[in-house]
Design a protein around this ligand. Structure first.
Ligand code: ADE
Ligand code: ZN
Length: 330
């Protein structure tokens, strides 16, 4: 039996703003798609694969994540992956979700950009929940590859709200992609970037100052720089925090030591997100539940976080108001 607060958490209307579609690839679907594409996985069974989900850091996880994505070949594979996530999201009372996809993970393997985007986009079109799509550049690859990807995306501009930056953070600062993001903004895309997950506070400063981001993904290391915290508070800059991801990738040692509550106390505009739920042990509700238990959050904290999740989204003012009134009525 769930207690009252747990029921409140699972039922409250919410939005998700930091979710990699390739990170929703559940082992059973991965095996099914591998089989129909006649691809041999490195692991003999679902159990063997799951046993490998034991990461010491971000790179450890990324190695496995890119390996799993190799079985995605056809438009239907991307459609099925996206549909499976959207069904879970709907069950969790997620009313709106802004989904990252990593085209280079696929185009580098010879899959066409249009295969990736059409598969994902058709699933969004068939879903009952509100969605937006964010195209991430892989920061471990060079800026030329990101620029080529941006050019490939231009015919699909109306289907992509923003560009982002993900993959191996340390050694790949936002400044590496300044020109790509300049062009992306000129073409009308909003911008976001992973920063301060494993990388230093200075990467968050670069994301703000050079990439002109509308949100910071993660942002944990902002807390190392008091002036930066003040700047983020002043700008009302959203941080898309991912508690179970932080635990599984050893960004925090223990959820009880997670900085979410401290961030809220400092007035930072934080949201809760699941990042790569198939790999990190839980979707959005599991993230809300785990962090509320660890930090003894109360009902007001949950309401604040759920409202933040809509206010920090790329929905219009009117849409935000409509969703927030659903929280008030809840
Ligand atoms: N790609 C998928 N998940 C990621 C994360 N947590 N950080 C950076 N890149 C990612
Ligand atoms: Zn992420």
């Amino acid at each position: 039996m769930k207690n009252d607060l747990d029921q409140f958490i699972t039922g409250i209307p919410k939005s998700e703003l930091h979710l990699h579609i390739e990170g929703t690839f559940e082992p059973d679907l991965m095996f099914k798609i591998a089989q129909r594409n006649s691809i041999e996985l490195k692991y003999n069974s679902i159990e063997e694969l799951k046993a490998a989900y034991n990461f010491s850091n971000l790179q450890d996880f990324l190695d496995l994540y890119y390996e799993g994505a190799k079985v995605l070949i056809k438009e239907k594979d991307f459609y099925d992956l996206t549909t499976a996530y959207l069904e879970k999201a709907q069950q969790q009372n997620i009313l709106h979700t802004e989904i990252f996809f990593d085209p280079q993970t696929h185009t580098e393997r010879g899959i066409k950009f249009k295969t990736v985007i059409n598969g994902i986009y058709n699933a969004l079109e068939d879903s009952k929940i509100s969605t937006k799509l964010i195209m991430c550049f892989l920061r471990h690859l060079d800026a030329d590859s990101a620029m080529k990807t941006l050019e490939e995306a231009l015919p699909y501009k109306d289907k992509i709200i923003a560009v982002g930056l993900d993959s191996s953070e340390v050694g790949n600062p936002p400044s590496k992609f300044k020109h790509v993001f300049d062009k992306a903004r000129k073409e009308g895309f909003l911008t976001v970037a992973h920063a301060g997950e494993e990388g230093p506070a200075s990467y968050i400063r670069e994301a703000l100052g050079l990439l002109h981001v509308s949100r910071i993904d993660h942002g944990n290391h902002a807390l190392d720089d008091e002036n930066l915290v003040n700047e983020l508070v002043k700008r009302k800059m959203p941080l898309t925090v991912c508690p179970l991801s932080n635990l599984k990738l050893a960004v925090v040692k223990d959820l009880k030591k997670h900085p979410l509550k401290l961030m809220m106390e400092k007035g930072l505009f934080v949201t809760i997100n699941s990042d790569d739920p198939a790999y990190f042990g839980g979707y959005l509700n599991e993230n809300y539940l785990a962090i509320s238990h660890a930090l003894t959050l109360n009902r007001d904290d949950i309401i604040k976080l759920a409202k933040n999740s809509f206010n920090a989204s790329f929905l219009s003012k009117e849409e935000k108001m409509r969703y927030i009134s659903k929280i008030d009525a809840w």
